[in-house]
Design a protein around this ligand. Structure first.
Ligand code: SF4
Length: 586
């Protein structure tokens, strides 16, 4: 068994910390990572708690595989109530922090309360200290990590926030190893609201797995047969930037605030363009795939930019200057902000300006103005105060709700749903708002054989993908390993020394999805929140493979009704008692 069985609870208000036994039954029912963190939050958080109040909790959760040599298993799950959406929020972050936490002896950390002054948490095996962070406060996320390494040890693993998190910006993220982020939904602001600048960990322990020789040889085999293969190696050679070309070809590349699905200058921001400025490689703990590609220009060095940054900070803002996008990425990383949400809010402000609704002095393609925005948002000065509200609240203040591209307050990722109708359903029903990591039917619809412009079969497809991803994020396996549920079951069975079938895992996925839904229902979310911006239902796209396409509202409603029915939820999208009982969710 690769769990330590220990959970560390830290109350930042009192400074008290204690070690508790991990709830074994919950670890069976929800596996770990997303699922187990969600279960703890559901049980411990009273409904209606303000996300930025000391009553909210921030949970760091490892997984069954964390710290082992299982490939691509080095990520950490972070779970809290989102200040951007008010929904459940879970993010995963790469690097080496999760494994180090396990080696320090903990499967999870639950952070409660609020420190009386800027602090950081230091964990070294049994040593747990809340330390003064006054010299770190105001520093960038990357500088914070550098200072902690200097002060503590070059090998220390850390999570840190930048000024955006300190200033409670709801698009702020948590950073690790300079370029890895728990990006979405404002996790950085939750840390900032607790006066917590960073968490640093050192561990000297180890974890055990059964039949180590057999385990090691099967992992070696997986590496050759399942990971270092043509279906995965694109992550190493090209990275997600490859999707710029795919999405241009299929007409789903967000352009000028989702006004178009193609970008005339896409070749200036695609994978080939990026290769010309590539300067190095990096991987997470236990990952031979190593998808991290460094880019260096005269002004900046970043790991990436990933596709989402190229799309939302590039084509969606009408920006084709790759050097500027890399600088935008660099600014957001150090200030501690999610490039998807920041790119979206800039694009939305550009369209508000273009349409004469509110003049922010921002125009599509205006590089100089665009590069000033991250700093203004993070510092909460000038127009950064308005833009820091995010797309939803900005539209409530000034108008433009039809083209405010968000679901439940979380801004759209880089896939145009008018060219992938199932993606529209996936955004609308995702537990944390518009998200491509809960289900990504784009692979089957836009790149595969499935008709993208029909609702037939899409509800079932989205459900299956949501269950699959709920399992994957509970095992905290990196998304870039396209392994089957059956393979996941084989690895889990070897570790637990009992047979865990594909069907059992799928039911865990369904349980996690239903518990997340219960959390949101308890917070007052209804069917009315499972929708998309008016633009998707009313405006046809004008160019490329999606020319003439929209997602008709009546078709969308049909797909949503079928989704609820297949899930065993009532017509308002609430899980029925019978469904909850069947899954043991209570
Ligand atoms: S593929 Fe990339 S993100 Fe995934 S574990 Fe490997 S290095 Fe980390």
């Amino acid at each position: 068994m690769s769990y330590t069985g220990k959970l560390l609870r830290v109350n930042l208000t009192t400074g008290h910390s204690q070690v508790e036994e991990l709830n074994k039954q919950w670890a069976v029912d929800y596996i770990g990572g997303k699922g187990l963190g969600l279960k703890y939050l559901y049980e411990e958080l009273a409904p209606g708690v303000a996300p930025l109040s000391p009553d909210n909790k921030l949970i760091l959760m490892t997984g069954l595989f964390t710290g082992t040599i299982i490939p691509l298993s080095g990520k950490l799950a972070i779970i809290t109530k989102s200040p951007a959406t008010g929904t459940i929020l879970d993010c995963s972050i790469g690097g080496h922090f999760a494994a180090e936490l396990k080696y320090a002896g903990y499967d999870a950390v639950i952070l409660e309360g609020k420190a009386s002054k800027p602090s950081y948490l230091y964990i070294e095996d049994k040593i747990v200290e809340i330390r003064d962070a006054s010299e770190l406060w105001g520093q960038g996320a990357q500088e914070t990590e550098l200072i902690l390494r200097e002060k503590i040890n070059q090998e220390v693993k850390a999570l840190a926030i930048g000024p955006a998190g300190e200033n409670l910006v709801t698009m702020s993220c948590i950073t690790s190893e300079f370029y890895r982020q728990a990006g979405r939904g404002g996790v950085g602001a939750v840390m900032g609201s607790k006066n917590l600048k960073a968490i640093a960990v050192r561990g000297s322990g180890s974890i055990s797995v059964p039949n180590i020789k057999q385990f090691a040889s099967s992992m070696k085999e997986f590496m050759q047969t399942d990971i270092l293969t043509d279906t995965n190696l694109w992550a190493n050679t090209d990275g997600t930037a490859l999707l710029v070309d795919f999405n241009q070809d299929t007409g789903i590349l967000p352009t000028k605030n989702f006004q178009q699905g193609t970008f005339d200058d896409y070749q200036a921001i695609n994978s080939d363009a990026l290769k010309a400025v590539r300067s190095g490689k990096k991987g997470c703990f236990s990952c031979a795939l190593g998808c991290g590609n460094y880019s260096r220009t005269g002004r900046s060095t970043v790991e990436g930019p990933e596709y989402e940054t190229l799309a939302l900070g590039g084509s969606n803002c009408g920006i084709s200057d790759l050097e500027a996008i890399i600088e935008f990425n660099d600014l957001c990383d150090n200030l501690g902000m999610d490039t998807i949400s920041v790119g979206n809010v800039i694009a939305f402000a550009m369209e508000l300006t273009e349409k004469g609704i509110k003049d922010f002095g921002l125009r599509f393609g205006d590089v100089e103005a665009y590069l000033k925005i991250p700093g203004l948002i993070a510092a909460q000065v000038g127009i950064g105060v308005d833009l820091g509200l995010g797309v939803k609240k900005l539209s409530e203040k000034y108008g433009g709700s039809d083209f405010a591209m968000h679901v439940k307050g979380l801004e759209f990722p880089g896939y145009e749903p008018r060219g992938s109708w199932g993606m529209g359903l996936a955004y609308a029903t995702s537990d944390r708002g518009a998200c491509h990591m809960r289900a990504w039917p784009v692979a089957q619809e836009a790149y595969g054989d499935l008709d993208a412009f029909t609702v037939e079969g899409k509800a079932q497809l989205v459900i299956e993908l949501q269950h699959y991803n709920a399992v994957k994020f509970s095992l905290i396996l990196c998304d870039f390993w396209a392994l089957s549920l059956e393979t996941m079951g084989t690895i889990v069975s070897n570790l637990l020394e009992r047979t865990v079938t594909e069907q059992e895992l799928s039911q865990v996925g369904e349980r996690v999805v239903n518990l997340a839904r219960q959390f949101n229902v308890r917070e007052g979310f209804t069917k009315d929140n499972d929708t998309l911006p008016g633009r998707i239902f009313k405006e046809t796209l004008k160019t490329g493979a999606t020319k003439g396409q929209l997602l008709p509202l009546e078709e969308y409603e049909k797909m949503l009704a079928e989704y609820y029915s297949l899930r065993g939820w009532d017509r308002d999208g609430r899980p029925t008692d019978a469904k909850l009982q069947e899954l043991g969710v209570n």
